[in-house]
Design a protein around this ligand. Structure first.
Ligand SMILES: C[S@@+](CC[C@H](N)C(=O)[O-])C[C@H]1O[C@@H](n2cnc3c(N)ncnc32)[C@H](O)[C@@H]1O
Length: 318
């Protein structure tokens, strides 16, 4: 199976495994689980991990969801061992993956549901294999932008039921964002949009980030921007080595590290004010959600009780 962005697949595979753990599953709504249950089947089919016999059958959507209709390689016994290895090399990474998916889901939901919020469109840049467009496309117009091979891959993968996401090929180092969105008849630049850059800004040069943010503001001054931020200088020497080496072997290129203050200053020069930031799962859940240590398995404990990787946060700008 050819997956154009290995870093996107890495995030996908960690999250789809973690979200099934009994204490983590209830943090996410059924629609998110439904997206991953269905895409797991499609990835297995694309990668021919399911027998040709299964491929020929017309299987009801519910059979996709309970994973009982076939032996799902995502549930194999060695997968938790891979997660444990990941967290040994990159302490706090499992927490980080669940944290960022939870923070973005809750904040996007709030921006769309809050009666005082002007946001009525979502634009996901470098969307990879994430669920955001599919999950929110029945609430507002959703646009997913990524490099062409990734968009082609994602279109094959997306659950067909209720599929209303608008896709665009977009290379942030070559294409103008406003021109790209103009090609989308469903995009209305008069309506304020929330632009999401989850796990994306590390992969584009600073000058492209500046240009991207200027275009977002220029398209509509009421546009908002939400991003993950990862300051690699705050990692330990070993963690930084394993993270950068991990990306290097995927063939993708990390750009120079930007400190949070630099990102905030770039945003501020363009008219984006930082209005909120989060760095830990417990901040999102409130104090009443203390998970009982005795009931958690090893991976759940790492996710729910361990600290986030140093330097990882979610930033929301208006
Ligand atoms: C680490 S993945 C994150 C995927 C997804 N946002 C998530 O967090 O699950 C980075 C994504 O950025 C995309 N990307 C990298 N460089 C890009 C560029 N120059 N223009 C558009 N997309 C790019 C990759 O194809 C990939 O899907």
């Amino acid at each position: 199976m050819f997956i154009p962005s290995k870093t996107a697949f890495n995030v996908y595979s960690k999250f789809t495994t973690l979200r099934k753990h009994p204490s983590i599953a209830p943090l996410f709504p059924p629609i998110i689980h439904s997206y991953y249950d269905q895409t797991e089947v499609k990835i297995n089919r694309l990668g021919r991990l399911i027998s040709p016999l299964f491929k020929g059958k017309k299987v009801a959507a519910c059979e996709f969801q309970d994973n009982k209709a076939f032996k799902n390689p995502w549930n194999a016994a060695w997968i938790p061992k891979m997660l444990a290895l990941d967290d040994w090399l990159l302490k706090g990474d499992l927490h980080h993956i669940v944290f960022r998916k939870l923070a973005l889901h809750r904040t996007i939901q709030d921006r769309l549901m809050n009666r005082n919020s002007p946001i009525t469109q979502l634009v996901v840049l470098g969307s990879g294999i994430d669920h955001i467009g599919w999950v929110f496309s029945d609430k507002c117009a959703c646009f997913e932008l990524d490099i062409e091979p990734m968009i082609t891959f994602k279109k094959k993968l997306l659950p067909t039921l209720n599929q209303k996401v608008n896709f665009n090929d977009f290379d942030a180092t070559k294409n103008a964002l406003d021109q790209c969105l103009k090609q989308q008849p469903a995009f209305n630049s008069n309506r304020p949009s929330l632009f999401i850059t989850e796990g994306f800004i590390d992969y584009i040069p600073k000058e492209n980030l500046v240009s991207l943010l200027s275009q977002i503001k220029h398209i509509n001054p009421k546009n908002e921007w939400m991003s993950t931020h990862f300051d690699r200088t705050l990692l330990s020497r070993n963690q930084r080595f394993f993270f950068e080496f991990g990306v290097q072997i995927t063939g993708e290129h990390l750009q120079s590290n930007l400190h949070k203050e630099q990102v905030v200053s770039i945003g501020s020069n363009i008219g984006f004010d930082l209005i909120n930031e989060w760095a830990h799962i417990l901040e999102l859940l409130g104090n009443h959600n203390i998970f009982s240590e005795a009931k958690l398995n090893r991976i759940e404990r790492k996710v729910l009780h361990q600290n986030n990787m140093n330097g990882c946060s979610i930033l929301h700008f208006k």
